[in-house]
Design a protein around this ligand. Structure first.
Ligand code: SF4
Ligand code: SF4
Length: 80
């Protein structure tokens, strides 16, 4: 089964603050050449928007998102 929910960073908006990298507890992001990179999309919790909610540049969107709501009891462990 292919992954149906994971973040995508808009690099034109991203200011490389690393809030997303530091926030996610699931190993989805790593830093490469001073920029956040999605290295483990399989680790993203379906329905979680924890990192997106904290992104100051509104640079994170999700493949599979059609709801517009936050986490929605996804059990991701974030506090949004
Ligand atoms: S949406 Fe949640 S699980 Fe997915 S990368 Fe962001 S903080 Fe991690
Ligand atoms: S939180 Fe947003 S602006 Fe900061 S590094 Fe992540 S995607 Fe870029």
């Amino acid at each position: 089964m292919s992954k149906t929910w994971y973040p995508v960073i808009n690099l034109e908006k991203c200011n490389a603050c690393m809030t997303c990298v530091n926030f996610c507890r699931h190993g989805v992001y790593k830093v490469k050449d001073g920029r956040p990179v999605v290295v483990y999309p399989e680790g993203c919790v379906h329905g979680c928007k924890g990192c997106s909610k904290r992104c100051p540049a509104d640079a994170i969107e999700y493949v599979g998102d059609s709801t517009g709501s936050c986490c929605s009891g996804s059990g991701c462990g974030c506090d949004c």
